[in-house]
Design a protein around this ligand. Structure first.
Ligand code: GLU
Length: 509
């Protein structure tokens, strides 16, 4: 009676009449791309249906527990703006939201399930009772088969009183079939005698995933269960649990895995990047999330760039594909570059600043102006330090850089241009892009060469690089007059020395 009241209260807490989805990560210490996608789809289903998104931490596997891992989950979801309405930190009507804090709940429901005939205490040792069973398709699976289910109540109590360790196993009918429905995979029917009688409560009293997911999804009022397709084969067993309890079965949405290639699932253990790895590699969270949304879900049109709000508007679970999606780093790179280009300049400058400052230490150099040059040409943020290090210091560079067929520049002409440019720039009144540009174009006019034949050697002289973010004018402008004149002089000296050597060699001949 006492117990009945408790069960009634638990049932009474369950919110009704709203869409409720949950993200239920295990605290492993990092966020798999596949997990992030599950989180996103789960959030999108809730958002697009005006429902609630709930966060539940599945930490019953104590061996896998990693210190600080829950923080990583919070941070990832926050960084991605996947806000939750109920969870361990914000609470809610059906908590606690951390599984190890629900131990008592699982225990009571396991006892209830035993009473209802859906489970039994099993005293077999870990390696006992497992037998190979051949399925009709020839596949051999291992199943637990023992006689513990037929022990009398008194026998069970006596063994418990004697302190004998036991687990609680699911009792599965050996006849008939079980059918379950999945939004993506349709109806799947399996013969019951192919289903293993899994452990629901371990000897330490903690539940396995097999039990906890059903109890929690029911008690938390979850209407849509979104998770990886690795749980598909266990879904019939979960349905049998729901049925044994007399509970309503939620809508299942099982998502196919994210693959590294056609053969292999993406896996952190095999070196594939997690969400944190991608951030560290210079990808923007928004771009990662947008890309991940399209991994196995199609909006059904040409559009590929979606903000989170847009996704919430157009998302439809029926667009999720059954086939596994292959993670394409180049596509992500492209998308990241698109996000970078579309950022407001001030925002990009703020994001780029720490990367620029890795190599550009001179406080007089304006990182916002450098960022403006980088913005249209950056795919990932980690490219930045190496692209801009010349602003701080001009490294020795090979003089053949001055030779450029297309612009009809050779070292001879470069020397003339640099001397000219240095003389005129020294007298330029206002050190601004416009003035610098005018001066350099005027030199081209006077020398009777194309503008590029002036811009090119000046750019080499001030950067020592064949490829730079921005052209001669912008580089000079950012570097400032003094540094520009100094670098032009260095170029002039190097080219002069080279010419002298060349002439001497010719004389010797
Ligand atoms: N804790 C499980 C995992 O991280 C969750 C599966 C589920 O969403 O039911 O794989």
């Amino acid at each position: 009676m006492e117990n009945q009241k408790w069960f009634d209260e638990m049932e009474a807490r369950i919110p009704k009449g709203e869409v409720r989805t949950r993200f239920a990560p295990s605290p492993t210490g990092y966020m798999h791309i596949g997990n992030l996608r599950t989180a996103l789809y789960t959030w999108l289903i809730a958002k697009s249906m005006g429902g609630k998104f709930i966060l539940r931490i599945e930490d019953t596997d104590q061996e896998r527990f990693v210190e600080g891992a829950t923080e990583i989950i919070y941070n990832t979801l926050r960084t991605c703006h996947l806000d939750w309405q109920e969870g361990p930190d914000v609470g809610g009507p059906v908590g606690p939201y951390i599984q190890t804090e629900r131990r008592e709940i699982y225990g009571k429901y396991a006892d209830l399930l035993i009473e209802k005939g859906g489970a039994y205490r099993c005293f077999c040792k870990a390696d006992e009772g497992t037998v190979p069973v051949t399925l009709p398709n020839g596949e051999v699976i291992k199943k637990h088969q023992c006689s513990c289910a037929s022990l009398s109540k008194e026998e069970v109590q006596a063994r418990l009183d004697a302190g004998e360790p036991c687990v609680i196993r699911q009792k599965i009918p050996q006849e008939g079939t079980t059918t379950f429905s999945d939004v993506i995979f349709g109806d799947i029917t399996v013969p019951n005698n192919e289903l293993d009688e899994n452990v629901l409560i371990k000897t330490d009293g903690l539940p396995t995933y097999n039990f906890a997911n059903v109890v929690d999804d029911h008690l938390m009022g979850i209407t849509h269960v979104v998770r990886g397709s690795e749980y598909l084969s266990s879904a019939p067993k979960y349905n049998l649990l729901y049925q044994a309890f007399g509970w309503e079965i939620p809508t299942y949405v099982h998502c196919s895995p994210v693959m590294r290639d056609s053969q292999h699932k993406m896996s952190k253990r095999h070196g594939d990047p997690s969400f944190e790895d991608l951030l560290a590699q210079g990808y923007l969270p928004e771009a990662i999330l947008n890309y991940v949304a399209l991994l196995g879900w199609s909006p059904g049109g040409e559009q590929e760039i979606f903000s989170l709000e847009e996704l919430a508007r157009v998302f439809d679970v029926h667009g999720i594909s059954k086939s596994p999606a292959v993670f394409d780093m180049n596509k992500l790179k492209w998308m990241n570059a698109e996000y970078i280009k579309a950022m407001p300049p001030e925002q990009f400058a703020a994001v780029a600043e720490p990367y620029i400052r890795q190599t550009v230490k001179n406080p007089n150099l304006d990182t916002a102006r450098i960022a403006a040059l980088l913005q249209p040409r950056t795919e990932v943020l980690t490219e930045i330090p190496e692209k801009v290090d010349f602003f701080d210091e001009l490294e020795p560079y090979p003089l053949h850089l001055y030779e450029h067929k297309k612009s009809r520049v050779n070292q001879e002409l470069a020397l003339v241009v640099l001397k000219y440019a240095r003389a005129v720039l020294a007298d330029l009144i206002k050190w601004e892009d416009e003035g610098i540009h005018a001066v350099l174009v005027a030199i081209a006019g006077q020398l009777g060469v194309k503008n590029a034949a002036v811009m090119y050697p000046v750019r080499i002289a001030v950067s020592g690089r064949a490829v730079t973010p921005g052209g001669a004018v912008e580089l000079c402008s950012i570097l400032g007059r003094e540094e520009t004149l100094f670098r032009l002089k260095a170029g002039i000296l190097a080219l002069t020395a080279e010419r002298t050597i060349r002439n001497e060699e010719e004389d010797d001949f």
